[in-house]
Design a protein around this ligand. Structure first.
Ligand code: F6P
Length: 417
């Protein structure tokens, strides 16, 4: 099957005290790997605890002296681990074991169980003693968690800090030279890679080095209407239509109105004229990325959809049957587009100021799928209309979306579903 690649079944096991962003990191890694085509799932032991023994356990439940409590927590972790191993046996590729895994003994156990199944384990530790980061994490995620629903926020924060203290008293950081691990210190100030081998774990390093949650908008828009868009032609390097020129002005106005005052907006385009020209009212020197060029329609470049349907019925039928995997003869598939967008995504994650991405339908579908955690196979049917800005603002566990339709309204001839 085109595009099918070897599986690299792997266990990623989180390590860290409560409120160090383990779940955030785990989910981010899962989103990234799933998008790149590696089926990934997070097994969060906290959710098992809430489901099986109820959410509201007081801090002392987690105390090392509470033998009964520790046993319950251990059993829950092992249940989650077993579920993860079963899921991997059934065809999953990357399992993320999201628990504190805060002692060497626990980590040895995780390794032992995985080794029995022939699975490599990479530990990912978030080590952080910066009170600002911990406080922000407690405020933004923990106090909103079901563990503290309906509880006074100050009392909840006190209780959570006591819970952290219990874990601190038993915590052992990663330092075994024989283990495979990535240790992230103070949210990327320092990142240590130990015995990281192979394609998949190595691919995580660029992502993990720059993870942050600075709130900033990411604006995605297609170029203004082009001459090809007017006639439903695909690909090419056409100029903007008069309506497309008009959109470029409205887009510039939108950016001026909505950009936070003290921040510069990064403007990214493809290397094609229609995106660069859409940016000209905002900047004369956008960052042009070849990786943002539209899906390469190969032998169909420049044709209308009707021409393809009539003159190349085999191409039409095959693409309609599996639009995600179908690779145009001498061109690309959506799957190919995702792979080449990887560096764009890594750079987008690094950005701390607003970023405007002016690109094309297929490419923006792929970027949107990543940011909104949509299964990659759904890419080809995501709606990305002309003359619309999609504003995505990263939050703790996802992105908030708003769409702004800007004038002039144009009929979309090529909004292939
Ligand atoms: O129609 C505009 C366009 O950007 C084409 O250049 C491109 O081939 C197409 O959209 C991608 O959309 P779909 O995959 O639905 O054909």
């Amino acid at each position: 099957m085109p595009g099918e690649r070897d599986k690299a079944t792997t266990v990623l096991s989180m390590v860290g005290l409560p409120a160090r962003g383990k779940t955030y990191i785990g989910r981010r890694v899962a989103r990234y790997l799933s998008w790149l085509g590696h089926p990934t799932r997070v097994f969060n032991v906290g959710s098992y605890r809430r489901r099986q023994i109820g959410a509201s356990q007081p801090a002392d439940f987690f105390a090392p002296t509470n033998k009964e409590g520790r046993q319950v927590l251990h059993d829950l972790a092992m249940t989650a681990l077993d579920d993860m191993l079963a899921w991997l046996r059934e065809g999953g590729e990357v399992g993320i074991f999201d628990a504190t895994n805060s002692t060497k003994e626990r980590r040895r156990l995780v390794e032992e169980r995985c080794r029995k199944e022939g699975l490599p384990v990479v530990f990912i530790e978030s080590f952080c003693n910066d009170p600002g980061v911990i406080e922000a994490n407690v405020r933004d995620t923990k106090l909103k968690s079901p563990d503290y629903v309906d509880m006074d926020p100050d009392a909840a924060a006190q209780d959570f800090l006591r819970r952290i203290a219990h874990y601190e008293s038993m915590y052992e950081t990663l330092d075994d030279p024989n283990q495979s691990y990535i240790k992230i210190i103070d949210v990327g100030r320092q990142v240590i890679l130990n015995r990281i081998h192979g394609y998949l774990p190595a691919r995580l390093a660029p992502l993990l080095i720059d993870l942050h949650v600075s709130p900033r908008p990411i604006w995605l828009t297609r170029h203004g209407q082009s001459d090809y868009n007017r006639h439903g032609r695909i690909g090419g390097d056409p100029e903007l239509s008069p309506a497309g020129e008009e959109y470029a002005k409205h887009l510039a106005e939108f950016v001026r109105k909505n950009a936070p005052r003290d921040q510069e907006v990064a403007v990214w385009t493809s290397t094609l004229r229609r995106t660069i020209h859409t940016a000209t009212k905002i900047t004369r020197s956008p960052r042009t990325w070849r990786a943002l060029d539209e899906i390469d329609a190969g032998v169909c470049d420049g044709m209308t959809y009707d021409q393809v349907r009539i003159e190349m019925p085999d191409v039409w039928a095959a693409r309609s049957a599996d639009k995600f995997r179908y690779r145009y003869p001498r061109g690309e598939s959506y799957e190919d587009v995702i792979q080449r967008l990887d560096p764009v995504i890594i750079q987008l994650e690094r950005q701390r100021s607003p970023t405007l991405v002016i690109a094309h339908q297929a490419v923006l579908r792929a970027i949107y799928a990543y940011l909104m955690d949509r299964p990659p196979g759904e890419c080809p049917s995501i709606s990305v209309p002309l003359h619309t800005v999609i504003q995505l603002t990263p939050t703790a566990y996802g992105c908030e979306e708003k769409r702004f339709a800007l004038p002039p309204y144009v009929e979309d001839q090529g909004a292939g579903g």
